[in-house]
Design a protein around this ligand. Sequence first.
Ligand code: PLP
Length: 378
Amino acid sequence: MERKRYFHTNSVHFNGNEHTKNKSKAKPIYQTSAFVFESLVDMESYFSGEKEYLYSRYGNPNTEDLGKGVALLEEADDGIATSSGMSAILCAVLSVCRSGDHILAALDVYGGTYSLFEQELKNLGIEVTFVEPHTDWQKAVKENTRALFCESVTNPHIRVESIEDLMKFAKENQLRVIVDNTFATPYFAKPIILGADLVIHSATKYLGGHSDVTAGVIVGCEPLISRVKQLVITMGTTLSPFEAWLTCRGLKTLGLRMERQSSNAATLADYLKKQPKVEHVYYPESLSSFGNGAIVTIRLKQEVDIHAFFSSFSFVKIAPTLAGVETSISYPVGTSHRSVPIEKREALGISSQDVRISVGIEDHRDIINDFLEALKKA
Ligand code: PLP
C-alpha cells in the first residue's frame, strides 16, 4: 500500500507525470528548468544518448521544436533557439572566428549588429571591416579574414543582397558566410540552399509574428551547427520554453502571414508612389517568386512635417520593431539606426525623412486610407 503523504507534499506532487499519459493535440509547454530521473542509472542514460533531456539550458522539447522547425523551413540540418536575435548573431560569429581573426560585414546591417561588431567584437580581439553596398568586398579581404556577415534583405532601404555573388566571392576566399534572414524569412529566401554556412533570425520579428516574444534562432549544417549548439549552451544564451512555445505557434502561420503581408505591402507601395508628398518608395521588385516582403520604406519630401505625419494615424502604431500582424511605422534615424554614426548613415543615404513601414494583415483598403489621412495632415 502506498504511504499517505502530507499536505505540503501533495500540493506539489498532485499531478505526477500526467503529461506522459495524455497525448495532447498541442505540444505542452515544458516550463521546467530540469528533468527528473528514476535512478542514477536512469540519469546516466541521458549521457549515453538514450534520454533526450537533462537540464533546460542544454535542451528542452519546446526550444528544440523551434530550432528544428526553423531548420526544416530553411532546409538546414539542424538549428538552435536563442534568447534574442542579438545572441544568435553573437554565437554564430563566435562559432567561426576567434581573437585575432578578421571578419567582413555589410555596412547596412541592423544598427544593433553594427554596435555589436564595432564595439564588443573589437573588444574581444575580432576585427571587423564594414563594406559599403555595391562595392568590391575583395578589397577588404586580409590574410586573417575568416567570415562574412550580411543580411539577405537590408534595412531601412530594403536592399536585396545578391547571396549568389557573395557565395562565389566567399568560396574563392575560403570564408564562412553568415546570413541574417530576418526580413526575408525562409518563405522568401533560403540562403542555406545557396551555400551559406549559418542563417540567423531575430525570431522576435516574422517567425514569432505577434510582437509578444524576444527570441533568436541559428540554423546550419553539420558539423558547424553542432559547434554552434555547444556554444549557445555554454554561453547560456538559451531561450525559455514559454517563449519558444509562443514562437513555434507563430511559425505555424508564417507562410499565411507572409503571403498576406507582402501582398498588402505591394499594394501600399504602389499607392504611396503616386502621392505628391512622398519623394521615394523603397520596395524591392525581385526578392522572390512568392512576393517581395512586407517592409516598405518611404522618404517624405523635405517640406513634409515628419512629427505631424507620425502622429496622424488612426490604427497604425509607432513602434520600434517590425513584423507583427498589425501595421506599424518606425523612424530609422531615431531607433534601428540610432547607434550608427551620422557619417556612416550618410554614406548609406539614410535620411531624417525616412519612414519604415511594417505592413500587417489588416484589410489593405484600411491601411491605405490610414496612410492617405496621415499624409494629408502632415
Ligand atoms: N537582425 C535584424 C535584421 C534586426 O532587425 C534585429 C532587431 O531589430 C536583430 C537582428 C536583433 O534582434 P533582437 O532584437 O531579437 O535581438
